[in-house]
Design a protein around this ligand. Structure first.
Ligand SMILES: [Ca+2]
Length: 295
């Protein structure tokens, strides 16, 4: 019970920050500006959240009072061969000796829109830096319903307590490629660790460094107790993964709580050196989003 209470207090604090930010920005005009310049893809209210990291206080809309540790917005990083996608991107470091890149940052649906969906699309652009050469795998942003209880970090999902479908990255290959996929805690999981579902369709989930990719994830929760939950993945608008027999939950109260914007290395080993990746143009939507037209 103590854990639940702490989680509730944490959410109240985030809500208070969010409200104060909205008041100070006269109705969240930052968000409206960001959404306006997105590519055409249907009614604007399909888009629940978007950021392009051009605002110096982009994190306010996520209820954070200050920039997350190990991050900075950059429009150039020539020492790491980085080239921007569109203006500034968020550079995320996993420093030598650390597991953590981006941590403790989420889009909480209930805080932001007053309800939790049962299906959602999540898109972001991803660039693994020239110095990305991990000797173990790790986690990338993804869609979860952990509720401070279960579905991550060895806290096994039992159908009632929580679930997750986070992104994953593999150990970097000798020729500099990174396999991505989804790492899931679900009600049919065996043991204490989740299932790794690599995106192997057309080898589209095997990414190179020093290149932008449009990464899209979709989760549709199962009918409680049934094996009909769905995860889909796309790379650059092309299908890279689908799984349609997942039992995330046995109870209707377990929904899509948040998009977890986390980057985490490991496993037991910490980073042997500094690693950097970059993200831009994050969108959360009720409908399929797709890549932006190339300029
Ligand atoms: Ca940008």
């Amino acid at each position: 019970m103590e854990g639940v209470d702490i989680a509730m207090v944490d959410r109240l604090i985030r809500t208070a920050i969010l409200i104060s930010v909205c008041v100070s920005l006269s109705g969240c005009k930052v968000g409206q500006r960001v959404i306006e310049h997105l590519p055409p893809r249907g009614a604007a209210d399909e888009v629940i959240y978007a950021t392009d990291f051009e605002s110096p206080v982009w994190y306010w809309e996520l209820g954070a009072a200050k920039a997350p540790m190990n991050t900075m917005t950059v429009d150039a990083d020539p020492q790491n061969k980085f080239k921007p996608f569109d203006g500034k991107a968020l550079r995320i470091a996993i420093p030598k000796g650390s597991h953590k890149g981006l941590a403790e940052l989420s889009f909480y649906f209930d805080d932001q829109i007053g309800s939790e969906p049962e299906e959602i699309y999540f898109r972001y652009y991803l660039w693994f830096g020239n110095d990305w050469k991990t000797v173990t795998g790790g986690k990338l942003p993804g869609i979860v319903g952990t509720y401070g209880r279960a579905g991550w970090g060895g806290r096994r999902a039992n159908g009632k307590n929580g679930w997750s479908a986070r992104g994953l990255f593999s150990t970097t290959t000798d020729d500099g490629k990174v396999q991505i996929g989804v790492y899931s805690y679900h009600a049919d999981m065996k043991g204490k660790v989740g299932s790794a579902w690599e995106w192997t369709n057309g080898k589209r989930g095997l990414l190179r460094r020093n290149q932008w990719y449009c990464i899209e994830q979709y989760v549709k929760l199962n009918t409680p107790g049934k094996n009909n939950g769905v995860v889909r993945g796309w790379v650059d608008g092309k299908p890279a993964f689908v799984k349609k027999d997942i039992r995330f939950r046995d109870v209707p109260s377990s929904k899509i709580e948040r998009v977890w914007l986390e980057v985490y290395l490991g496993g037991s080993k910490t980073a042997a050196k500094d690693h950097h990746l970059y993200i831009d143009d994050v969108v959360i939507s009720r409908k399929y989003i797709g890549p932006r037209p190339r300029k």
